[in-house]
Design a protein around this ligand. Sequence first.
Ligand code: 5AD
Ligand code: SF4
Length: 434
Amino acid sequence: MTKKFHIWTSGCQMNVHDSEKIAGIFSEIGYNEAGNSNDADVIVLNTCSIREKAEHKFYSELGRLKKAKKHNPKLKIAVAGCIAKQKGEKLFKRFPYVDFVFGPDNIESVQGWISDNGPRTSVIGEDPDYHTKLLPVKRAGQVRAWVSIMYGCDNFCAYCVVPYTRGREKSRAGHEIYKEVQSLAEQGFKEITLLGQNVNSYGKNLSKSIDFPDLLYKLHEINGIQRIRFVTSHPRDFSEKLIKSIKDLPTICEHIHLPVQSASDNILNLMNRGYTYKEYKKKIDMLRDAVPDIAVTTDIITGFPGETDADFQCTINALTDIGFDGIYAFKYSKRPDTKALDLPDHVDDKVKSDRLAVILKLQESITYRKNRALEGKKMEILVEGVSETASDKLTGRTRTNKIVNFYGDVSDVGKPVNIKILEAKQHSLFGEKI
Ligand code: 5AD
Ligand code: SF4
């Protein structure tokens, strides 16, 4: 009987895409995807360690699998991703029912582990050539695809674990990325999202001189790809040349995710972000001047060590000042190895939570106001499939990355469709085909 695998994924888009690569390897060695974890011969937990909460989620998932293993001792359990990289062998001690541990650079080791019939081992070393490797990918969708353009991060923001889990920054060669996108276009994909921890510094390690805007101009030439997105941008490296490329190239979508983290210069400095709020705001103004209806989203951390009420007030003011289309906000969470651990004046958990609640509430009204302003407007959406929340409707996104649900025909999937927005909701829009 054909064996089956199941992958549980937590964390960012890199992790979601890494899971597609892990699935690609299982498919190549003849495994099928299990409908759920109860039905699987091998379960992989692809983990995230960005915040304590993500780590707890993993431990509770792993706890659940203890019973499954007791029930079926032949079940193989592997731990992948950022927690795997950080904890390595230690995971075996605490969870003796784990069989294999592999880091973000070691996805290809799954193949050897399976063919050797799963001996208990861990592979977590940084692979200096990982960015040159071409792994098979089993993609989750048929319309939108992720494409890694770089791995790792050299920024060392004081709160962030990523440089320790994903290693130093390395860009993939431009021609390899081009080939992958061309092949996606041939397979019928319409939208790609370029992935990297800091896409704006793409190309630094490459011998052939190419930067991120150059890459965009190249990829724009590929026939069949209607939309190009990218995450994540770092404000310090967000250049005028990039703004010009967004303005020039019709395939680049009018949405930028530009994490500000805080709007207090004191906190930005302690975070080691390399910009002031004024510099950040100037870049947003330039971007909006060049591309008037561009949507801007951001990340915010509340209660970073040393954050006073006055610092926090700066961030509140920035929310109104800039008017983001959406935000992801988090309470500061202590992470192993990071510089922020040693900073004085850690903020009380209750204060962090209260500040988070204030931020989220304020943004809710701003997002809703922005969505309301779209009522009556005509927008092009790329249809992705049947809505997960309402199975009688189709769903897609505007170029500005807003989710739109509408009544349509499944033959619309994968096509751009013009929609009139009828009703704004908090997290999505409802419209009709025109
Ligand atoms: N605590 C809280 N939020 C964090 N982020 C990264 N590290 C931490 C941390 N230690 C947030 C940042 C980043 C997003 C992906 O996660 O806002 O942009
Ligand atoms: Fe989580 Fe960061 Fe690792 Fe992504 S890179 S999985 S966000 S810790």
